[in-house]
Ligand binder design. Structure first.
Ligand SMILES: CC(C)(COP(=O)(O)OP(=O)(O)OC[C@H]1O[C@@H](n2cnc3c(N)ncnc32)[C@H](O)[C@@H]1OP(=O)(O)O)[C@@H](O)C(=O)NCCC(=O)NCCS
Length: 147
């Protein structure tokens, strides 16, 4: 059985995370964007490992105790094994320990697996941001969770 572990995002994870981003998003984060996260104390990012191999990441930017979850991704070959849910549960634990009072995120309205996970973790829809995404243009569902 695959062993899943979650720890802080490290510099050495970035090449593989950039590859996972590129296969997962039409507007992926670059390696430089990941590198900048590591210099920002108000960003909390976690990497999930499957049998020690980088399988995905998630994280938030904290602004006055409201955490914006700005990236959640799992490599296609590791999807549907619960990794995103494990990783996000750890992220919420981390937020609780650092005094985060609420979480907010945007998700494409068509992204049913992601919406399913967020609802399971206690996020609720609070609105729609029309035409928020590009490539392709699509509305965002805004979801929130109180601590
Ligand atoms: C969204 C994403 C992070 C989920 O990662 P994952 O590790 O596969 O997620 P999990 O295995 O923890 O959970 C997947 C859940 O979605 C469900 N699911 C799968 N396909 C689904 C669909 N079409 N509709 C609804 N639910 C679906 C699964 O049944 C599972 O739920 P369950 O545990 O209750 O059975 C991953 O698909 C991904 O990286 N996608 C591309 C990037 C992306 O969209 N990121 C989110 C941006 S907001």
């Amino acid at each position: 059985m695959t062993k899943i572990t979650v720890r802080e995002l490290r510099k050495e994870d970035i090449p593989e995370l950039s590859r996972i981003e590129a296969e997962s998003f039409s507007m992926p984060w670059s390696a430089a964007a990941f590198g900048e996260l590591l210099t920002r104390p108000y960003c909390t990012y976690l990497t999930a490992l499957a049998d020690g191999r980088v399988a995905g990441c998630c994280g938030y930017t904290d602004s006055l105790h409201e955490a914006n979850i700005d990236n959640v991704v799992v490599a296609s070959e590791y999807r549907n094994r619960g990794i995103a849910q494990i990783m996000l549960a750890k992220l919420l634990e981390r937020g609780a320990a650092s005094g985060v009072e609420s979480y907010v995120l945007e998700v494409r309205v068509s992204n049913l697996p992601a919406i399913h996970i967020y609802e399971k973790l206690g996020f609720r829809s609070v609105g729609i941001r029309p035409r928020f995404y590009e490539k392709p243009v699509e509305d965002a569902r805004i979801m929130k969770r109180e601590r």
